[in-house]
Design a protein around this ligand. Structure first.
Ligand code: GTP
Ligand code: MG
Ligand code: NA
Length: 343
């Protein structure tokens, strides 16, 4: 069936995995940033998100022939913490996404939060791809910066290839023990039944083109219905934060619909529903992350899917993890106030 190109929203992709498997570094590699280097102890402690415009992804995947025409406007990627104490944030992130990447450290295999993440994905029936990260740590690995992974693997020594093979086989067995069939993505003939593994290095960029292309192709192929833009607002508050000069703001994921400056909104608050008016809609510059301090871009309206900051009066007691509603019609206000507190 022909896809209505005009009307697809960007897929939302959540990155999950055990602490230090390389989730944030993978995103840094794609963005050309160093968010990970700025984190306290190198540990992610909150949800982050980045919007990757389709043009950027095209550039990054051009060596893999762009026969897969990108039909979505971009990809919204949500970074989550892998530390064991942040189960709630992993759950929140995985609850929002259309598709996910489960990051596994090739030197460590499946670890406790890999399995926890896997169970969150299974529970929600979320499609995901496995990034088998840190391949550059295989002993004697020769680096081919940003190369597609098959190109790079082909040029490794016999020793590296055999270490790769036994570690991969081991990890496939570990997944099997979790009830999951997995296979290298370029050997996988039954996507959907068998989960695809993409070997990557967040440090050298090897395998990143493969990961991006597979994510978008898979999303476009299997989720057209889900990714067709809908007017009805679907939005979640991910963080509540005080920002100098703005007061208390909320970081919001917009899954569907459009939010505008001047919209009357209702969010769930500790002391009851908060009814307020959107004063500013702020995003970071393209390819930057919202949680890193910097200059914001101001927008009059934002169309899904996006992650952005909302400044509005009275947000002090807003609760993260709850839905945001727009009051379309004043007569509905009381109903909306009731619904918002059900979260
Ligand atoms: P949390 O968010 O705290 O769960 O960790 P994370 O999964 O985001 O991992 P992070 O990006 O913080 O990386 C952890 C460490 O592994 C850092 O020192 C990275 O430089 C290193 N690292 C990440 N990916 C790779 C990789 O592909 N190769 C190598 N050699 N090191 C990597
Ligand atoms: Mg991280
Ligand atoms: Na880390």
């Amino acid at each position: 069936t022909e896809i209505d190109v005009q009307n697809l929203r960007s897929p939302i992709c959540c990155i999950l995995g055990h602490v230090d498997s390389g989730k944030t570094t993978l995103l840094d590699q794609i963005r050309g940033t160093d968010v990970q280097g700025g984190e306290a102890g190198g540990i992610t402690q909150q949800i982050g998100a980045t919007y990757f415009p389709a043009d950027n992804i095209k550039e990054r995947t051009k060596e893999l022939r762009a026969d897969a025409k990108l039909k979505v406007p971009g990809l919204l990627v949500i970074d989550t913490p892998g530390h064991q104490s942040f189960t709630n944030l992993r759950s929140r992130g995985s609850g929002l996404c259309d598709i996910a990447v489960l990051v596994v450290d090739i030197m460590h295999g499946l670890e406790p939060q890999t399995i926890e993440s896997l169970n969150l994905l299974k529970m929600r029936n979320t499609e995901f791809i496995i990034a088998l990260n840190k391949v550059d740590r295989l002993y004697g690995w020769k680096v081919f910066p940003n190369a597609p992974i098959q190109q790079s693997l082909k040029q490794q020594s016999d020793n590296v290839q055999s270490e790769f093979k036994w570690r991969l086989t081991d990890i496939i067995t570990q997944f099997k023990e979790q009830g999951l069939n997995t296979e290298l993505y370029y050997k996988n003939k039954e996507m959907g039944e068998t989960y695809s593994i993409v070997p990557t290095s967040a440090v050298t960029g090897e395998g990143i083109p493969d990961l991006l292309l597979l994510l978008l192709k898979w999303a476009q192929k299997t989720m057209v219905e889900k990714l067709t833009f809908k007017d009805e607002l679907q939005s979640t508050v991910l963080e509540v934060k005080v920002i100098e000069g703005l007061g208390t703001t909320i970081d919001v994921v917009l899954v569907n619909g459009v939010l505008r400056v001047g919209d009357q909104i209702v969010v769930c608050g500790l002391e009851g529903p908060i009814v307020t008016v959107v004063r500013a809609l702020l995003t970071p510059h393209p390819m930057k992350e919202l949680r890193v301090k910097g200059k914001y871009m101001k927008h009059k309206e934002i169309k899904a899917a996006q992650f952005f900051k909302v400044a509005a009066p009275g947000l002090k007691h807003a609760i993260a993890g709850t839905a945001l509603y727009v009051v379309e019609n004043l007569d509905d206000l009381e109903d909306v106030k009731e619904v918002v507190m059900e979260d």
